[in-house]
Design a binder for this molecule. Structure first.
Ligand code: CAA
Length: 385
């Protein structure tokens, strides 16, 4: 599906898109069903994406990556997420989390912290995670209980986190913890915590409906000591750092949703051109071609919104967070709606694991939930009006 005029991309962006598309078709797509069936983290594909410089799209040039705000690096990054998501959401998530787990450092880190943590994520050698949610504090970030107490030149972290992407895989975690209970939002601080710190443990891994190749788990901190130099920004700036991160990273979820929808549409459309019923191919039935057309309309509209929002992030346009939320809501809802309909186009074949459609449908659902549920995005959007 390429005939609808699309957002104007630079030659460099088109070259990166084509490179990621080729890698996705040749190397990622053939692995996607197996990754899902085995619930297997794609170490091989992470190595490949690292070698091809694809994680570098999330990291600024000064720190070993290729991300430049002048060239709208957020758009280029999300084009890559979109392409990979057409075949494998779990692999796309390794790239999304490379952004999510480094943005707090990019936003609030010192030069020394950036030099220490970012270059190895750019090559794929290290992976990161974002530890914000807790058992009793998902949407309500300020309700977190994990605390960090200053002790000399260290902080001592005690508490737990849940729903953490990359649990057990990450080499370091961005941990948000309360340093001043009375100050509410202004009493939360952000830290970088290495995965090998004594007292830290991954306590459980979830068995999920989709994105099965990406581990999601709970973390516990039993008086974990980290050096004070691992604090990001100043004490009390954690809530703001988390919000500023999510304003940007939610576009990754939008790109993932868009890629899933486009991947499902591409597959269903090819299937419908071949499959015959009542002596005609399915595309000759308006009940089927109408579903394909609706899916294409949503992908085209979602792409414009996503690409516009991505450039808005790099330009720091006023209200770019609300635009991110709009793109996330639209693309995630479109992914869910489209995958349900594309399963219907395939009929029984859409419901079995021999075809990718039921996986697309299961993977689509998380885009309506993580990095801020759709309901929270609407809060952000409504507050901006
Ligand atoms: N940028 C900068 N500052 C911001 C901000 C933003 N986007 N949003 C809010 N703030 C500031 C406000 O200006 C306010 O500052 P002052 O105190 O100085 O006035 C302060 O932060 C508090 O703001 P609110 O009163 O708006 O805060 P709230 O408690 O009402 O929460 C919320 C707002 C939008 C609901 C927020 O809590 C939120 O985004 N929740 C969802 C969290 C989320 O996305 N979680 C997913 C975690 S990541 C994940 O999914 C895990 C994974 O591994 C994939």
């Amino acid at each position: 599906m390429t005939s609808i005029p699309q957002y104007s991309l630079t030659d460099e962006q088109l070259a990166i898109r084509d490179m990621v598309r080729q890698i996705t078709e040749e190397r990622i797509a053939p692995r996607a069903a197996e990754i899902d069936a085995k619930g297997e983290y794609p170490h091989d594909l992470r190595k490949l994406l690292g070698e091809q410089g694809i994680y570098g799209l999330a990291i600024p040039e000064e720190y070993g990556g290729t991300h430049t705000e002048e060239g709208c690096g957020t758009l280029t990054l999300n084009i890559a997420v979109e392409e990979i998501s057409k075949a494998c959401s779990s692999t796309a998530l390794t790239l999304m989390v490379a952004e999510l787990g480094t943005l707090p450092i990019r936003i609030a880190g010192t030069e020394e912290q950036k030099q220490k943590w970012l270059p190895k994520v750019a090559t794929g050698e290290w992976s990161s995670a974002f530890g914000l949610s807790e058992p009793e504090a998902g949407s309500d970030v300020a309700g977190m209980l994990t605390r960090a107490v200053k002790d000399g030149d260290e902080y001592v972290i005690t508490g737990s986190k849940s729903w953490i992407t990359n649990a057990g895989i990450a080499d370091y975690y961005i941990i948000f913890a309360v340093t001043d209970k009375e100050a509410k939002h202004k009493g939360i601080s952000a830290f970088v915590m290495e995965a090998d710190r004594p007292g830290f443990a991954v306590t459980s891994l979830e068995h999920k409906m989709g994105i099965k190749g990406s581990p999601t788990g709970s973390l516990s901190f039993d008086e974990v000591r980290i050096p004070a130099e691992n604090l990001l920004g100043n004490e009390g700036e954690g809530f703001k750092i988390a919000m500023q991160t999510l304003d940007r990273s939610r576009l990754g979820v939008a790109a993932q949703g868009l890629g899933i929808a486009q991947g499902a549409l591409d597959y269903a459309s090819a299937y419908a051109k071949e499959r015959k019923a009542f002596g005609k191919v399915l595309t000759e039935f308006q009940a089927v071609s109408g579903k394909l057309a609706d899916a294409a309309i949503g992908c085209a509209a979602g792409r414009e919104l996503l690409y516009k929002a991505a450039c808005g992030v790099d330009r720091q346009d006023p209200g770019f967070g609300a635009m991110s939320s709009m793109a996330k809501v639209f693309c995630a809802d479109h992914a869910m709606k489209t995958t349900v309909e594309m399963v219907q186009v395939l009929g029984g074949s859409g419901y079995v694991v021999e075809y990718p459609m039921e996986r697309f449908m299961r993977d689509a659902k998380i885009t309506q939930i993580y990095e801020g549920a759709q309901e929270i995005q609407r809060v952000v959007i409504a507050r901006s009006l």
